[in-house]
Design a protein around this ligand. Structure first.
Ligand code: GLY
Length: 398
């Protein structure tokens, strides 16, 4: 058993953990990422929608602000990643079309469009005919649409590959092992123990283990963030060359009250997602999930029947009680959260990397992330100190 040191240890090498590590290493900070299979779980299963407007929920104003900041951060993040690695970051700027299958669905997307307009978001309502003009292969009867020009997508598997390379080029140490526990001394997190018994001591830890974050051993129960796995099944279809492109834009459809999204990739892949089920850490793909996705996809895009089903896979979204991430102070000195990104992990990757890296460097959580402290789940009404709780965190100098 060996003991080593690193200025920062990031627990979890998904999109969030890798991008934080890259940002820190680029600033000259010595970073180690621990993950047995970096980038291979939720980060690679996701469809990669950048949909702050299309997926806005009533009453989630603080999250909307973060999601919009995340969307705005993507182009420069992708440019930097590509410039460093020479690999594609996967950003695909297509805009998104919300589609209503029947009259009831049309009423639902119009109500949402009204809300989106009140929030000052850019949306354009379309008739069924106008909707089909933008996407001619949609079902002949689609009732209405809403055009969202600022919502795009990312081929998240390309992003994972580019981030792994960026981390390597920036000097991040990647340890392909699980953490058996977080090492705590008094009220301070001081390192991690790996599954082979080796330990790494660190000035600062960042827990970015998605839905597995709340399970990390060593953290006092009362400080565990309320992050749970929310299963999603997703399909990848291949479009024969003769039919390409079957879609020009991301399509988010409401079909007889059910939601389905179809995300086209430049190489001819069509991603269809996603189911939502509370089944703990179960990642089996169930027949019912595949059935539902194909039923809804072919309702709005009949040519789905002609596409090759190349992959069905399930992932676990890191869900929280208010659907928003958990960022910053954990209640233990030396440990920051970067988890709970729920449906928005790909969207929030660049902004999370920015704010968490800044918090590690300065000890102060940037303002945009203040609503997402873990303390919001335990704070009694009126105890609303603006402090990040990270003020005492050791600063790591780059
Ligand atoms: N953001 C898409 C999903 O969670 O299914």
């Amino acid at each position: 058993m060996t003991e080593s040191r690193s200025e920062v240890v990031v627990v979890g090498g998904g999109l969030i953990g890798l991008s934080i590590a890259w940002r820190l290493a680029a600033d000259g900070i010595q970073v180690t990422v621990c993950d047995p299979t970096p980038g291979s779980r939720t980060s690679s299963v996701a469809a990669g929608m950048l949909a702050p407007v299309t997926e806005v929920e009533y009453g989630e104003d603080a999250l909307l602000a973060l999601n919009l900041a995340g969307n705005a951060a993507w182009p420069s993040f992708a440019e930097e990643l590509e410039a460093l690695t020479g690999l594609p970051a996967g950003l695909h700027r297509t805009g998104t079309l919300s589609v209503a299958y029947d009259a009831d669905d049309a009423a639902a997307i119009r109500r949402l469009a009204e809300y989106q307009r009140r929030l000052g978001l850019e949306v354009e309502e379309l008739t069924g005919r106008e909707t089909r003009k933008r996407e001619p292969l949609l079902a002949a009867g689609v009732a209405a649409g809403v055009w969202v020009p600022g919502d795009h997508s990312v081929d998240n598997r390309l992003t994972v590959a580019a981030l792994l390379r960026a981390a390597e080029l920036s000097g991040v140490t990647l340890i392909r092992r699980s953490i058996s526990r977080i090492l705590i001394e008094g009220t301070k997190a001081v390192g991690v123990e790996l599954d082979n018994g080796d330990t790494i001591r660190a000035e600062q830890l960042v827990a970015a283990a998605g839905p597995w974050t709340a399970q990390l051993n060593g953290i006092p129960d009362e400080l565990r963030p309320p992050v749970r796995p929310l299963k999603g099944e997703i399909l990848r279809l291949r479009v024969p060359e003769a039919y390409r492109p079957v879609l020009h834009h991301t399509v988010r459809a409401t079909a007889r009250g059910f939601s389905v999204y179809l995300v086209p990739r430049p190489g001819g892949e069509l991603v269809v997602g996603a189911t939502t089920s509370e089944l703990g850490y179960d990642t089996r793909v169930l027949a019912g999930g595949v059935f539902t996705l194909l039923r809804d996809a072919r309702m709005v895009l009949p040519i789905t029947d002609e596409l090759e089903l190349v992959e069905s896979i399930a992932g676990l979204r890191p869900a929280t009680p208010d659907n928003a991430p958990v960022l910053g102070a954990s209640g233990l000195d030396g440990l920051l959260w970067a988890t709970g990104h729920y449906r928005n992990g790909v969207l929030l990757t660049p902004i999370t990397a920015q704010v968490v890296a800044e918090t590690v460097r300065t000890g102060v959580l940037p303002k945009v992330a203040e609503p997402f402290l873990a303390s919001r789940f335990t704070r009694s009404h009126g105890d609303d100190r603006a402090g990040t709780g990270a003020a005492d965190a050791p600063k790591v100098m780059g």
